[in-house]
Design a protein around this ligand. Structure first.
Ligand code: AMP
Ligand code: ZN
Length: 664
């Protein structure tokens, strides 16, 4: 076999496996085998750049940087949709249609996916271009980013037309969205507001490998082109499926508006069971011949109609506004509500974000407020019912002092939030910082939980995380619910944390804006805390991905006498504050491109060590199982839900010893 044939065979195989996995949800080979084949292809492609193909399966990982997105004129204009909100609206629409076309009318009902619209152009079965809707006439070309989305086929199957456009919605499934936010919170970053904006914000990221990291999907709903040999919308959907596109099977062909209404009612009730958000239903005249007769208004097709669900909204009483202090000192105002049912859950609290938001809404204690669960996961207050405002109501004045320690709050010009500056004396900050220090992703101290930390601080046994290392069994035994065994575990767990690698320690210190990734970057560059401590702003910002905001925060941290003292103590107790020589020698990239989930209790290594091993050898560790997981490393007492999820997604489950064997 010639090199070229070899490359082509591999590409074809990988396209097929991608299709099996992401479209059919039915993998034919293990992820491991898939990765091996992909690697094989990568290696050959690298050696033979003359056979480069922009649509090779190796291109999915991204890496292209786009500084400016080109504007492209759509071959077929991308119209918007008319909206309807009631049965009457739909019946009126039917009447208008019946006046313009002869014969019976069938309709397809489809879900209205809530994301960002996208036009894909295929030629000879290959994706050649992906363009955003823009103003409908022209949009931005975002091909490099779209290629990283696994549900976008790079190569079609079956009997496809020479050239055509296909339209769909780029969405972020809810689970992936929540996972992204979990990671952001763990890294002390503001969470994303809702899946829709996050999906559409992803389209124009400059670095396509960043897009590749997001669990986006593309759901298709319409084909455009000349001489396509398709005569109905439902036939088009079916063909698109055959060519390898993801077309949700909830779409349904019906014979009357009465059936349309049944579909609408069904999905209004059941939409919360879908893995992604929808904001309504789209109804289309099925016959393309009839569609032609109906044509377009200036804005939208006459043959299609969106039915918008009502944003779920209720009104309830706001009993009290309270203020929370986070571990970084950020103040968040919280609306405590009279409990009320909304979108299937009981809502008791809503975030008010910051002082500006309170002022904008003019929201006051005792007000009747409207609460909505739109795209947002956390409910929000959208307005006050002024007609019900009590006579004695008082304007809300934002607090000027910390509710926990009474320190005067500060607000930096560039930030929306107020902060409590009492870094070393404000209890939720002190406790929160130590809780962060011991947390799983940081020092991973077994045997010590968040509540015990609060007890230890409140009883005066510790003031900061360095004090942990002086705790004795006798110290902690008198604490509530503490027995000899648990006291031993606690002390042993703290002792064991002295072996945790420097990058986790740096993250554990809780320096503002220094999340896991930044900590890794800094450790890679500076190698020891001594080097980092003396770095200047200029020096810091010269490190890859470190901006001014992070640099200033690092400088700030090390300019505090108290922090320097704490670091000295950590050093004295033997906590790792530099990269270990062994570690430097132990790094490989044999696990490059593979993502692992680690769960359960292990025998010869701790969970944290296991994760380190993976990362030191070039692999990635993720906390939840998704279709992108390569392996689940299972220890003792792994949760049954993780196992069944892995089984459903066909993620191979391997044992600790399997894993260690492959490493050696
Ligand atoms: P609007 O933005 O409210 O005018 O609604 C039109 C948009 O709905 C289109 O641009 C598509 O991005 C989106 N949409 C979502 N699902 C569908 C679907 N099944 N059929 C057509 N459009 C859809
Ligand atoms: Zn405070």
């Amino acid at each position: 076999m010639s090199i070229q044939q070899q490359i082509e065979t591999l590409r074809e195989e990988l396209h097929q496996h991608n299709y099996n996995y992401y479209i059919l949800d039915n993998a034919a080979i293990s992820d491991y085998e898939f990765d091996m084949k992909l690697k094989e292809l990568q290696v050959i492609e690298e050696k033979h750049p003359e056979f480069f193909d922009a649509n090779s399966p190796t291109q999915r990982v991204g890496g292209t940087i786009t500084k400016n997105f080109n504007t492209v004129v759509h071959d077929f204009r991308m119209y918007s949709l008319d909206n309807s909100y009631s049965k009457e609206d739909l019946l009126d629409w039917e009447t208008r249609i019946k006046k313009m076309v002869d014969g019976d009318v069938q309709y397809t009902c489809e879900l209205k996916y809530d994301g960002a619209s996208m036009n894909l152009t295929y030629e000879k079965g290959k994706l050649i271009r992906a363009v955003t809707r823009g103003d409908g006439v022209r949009g931005d070309e975002v091909t490099a980013n779209i290629k990283t989305i696994n549900t976008v086929p790079l190569h079609l199957k079956g009997d496809y037309p020479q050239r055509f456009d296909i339209r769909g919605e780029i969405i972020l499934p809810i689970e992936g969205f929540l996972k992204m936010n979990e990671d952001r919170l763990a890294n002390d970053e503001e969470p994303y507001r809702n899946p829709r904006n996050t999906a559409s914000g992803s389209l124009k990221l400059q670095d396509s490998s960043e897009v590749a990291k997001r669990p986006l999907e593309c759901l298709l709903y319409s084909i455009k082109g000349n001489n396509l040999n398709i005569s109905t919308q439902s036939e088009g959907l079916q063909k698109a499926r055959e060519w390898g596109f993801k077309v949700p099977k909830e779409a349904k062909l019906v014979n009357s508006i009465a059936e349309v209404l049944e579909y609408v009612e069904y999905w209004d009730m059941h939409r919360h069971n879908l893995p992604y958000e929808i904001d309504g239903i789209v109804i289309k005249v099925n016959s393309l011949y009839q569609q032609d007769e109906l044509g377009f208004t200036a804005k939208a097709p006459r043959w299609a109609m969106a039915y918008k669900f009502k944003a779920e909204q209720v009104s309830t009483r706001l009993n009290e506004i309270t203020y929370q202090v986070g571990r970084t000192g950020a103040i968040t105002p919280v609306a405590n509500l009279e409990p009320v049912q909304l979108a299937g859950t009981t809502v008791k609290r809503a975030s008010l974000h910051n002082a500006d938001q309170i002022e904008k809404l003019d929201v006051r204690e005792g007000d009747e407020v409207y609460v909505e669960k739109g795209g947002e996961i956390i409910p929000k207050i959208i307005a006050v019912d002024l007609s019900k405002r009590p006579k004695n109501s008082k304007l809300t004045t934002y607090i000027s002092n910390c509710p926990e320690c009474a320190a005067e709050l500060v607000r930096l010009e560039s930030e929306a939030k107020h902060y409590c500056p009492n870094y070393h004396g404000c209890p939720p900050q002190v406790i929160g910082r130590i809780q962060h220090y011991i947390s799983r992703k940081a020092m991973d101290i077994d045997g010590l939980g968040g509540e015990t930390v609060a007890l230890l601080v409140n009883s005066g046994l510790i003031k900061d995380y360095s004090d942990l290392y002086e705790l004795t069994i006798e110290d902690v035994l008198p604490l509530e619910r503490m027995a000899q065994k648990s006291a031993e575990n606690l002390v042993n767990g703290i002792e064991a944390s002295k072996t945790i690698a420097f990058e986790s320690v740096l993250f554990a210190l809780g320096i503002r804006y220094v999340g896991e990734t930044v900590a890794k970057k800094l450790v890679k560059h500076y190698k020891s805390i001594d080097n980092l401590m003396v770095a200047s702003i200029l020096d810091l910002v010269s490190v890859d991905e470190i901006g001014e905001r992070i640099a200033e925060s690092v400088i700030d941290f090390f300019s505090s006498e108290e922090n320097l003292n704490i670091i000295e103590r950590l050093k004295y107790f033997g906590v790792q504050l530099k990269i270990s020589a062994k570690k430097l020698a132990n790094q490989t990239d044999i696990l490059k491109g593979q993502t692992f989930v680690v769960s359960g209790i292990f025998e010869s290594v701790s969970r944290t060590e296991l994760k380190k091993l993976i990362e030191d050898n070039g692999g990635k560790v993720s906390s939840s199982i998704s279709s992108k997981t390569s392996f689940l490393v299972a220890g003792d007492k792994m949760g049954p839900s993780k196992r069944s999820k892995a089984e459903n997604l066909k993620v191979p489950i391997i044992s600790e010893s399997d894993f260690l064997k492959t490493l050696n």
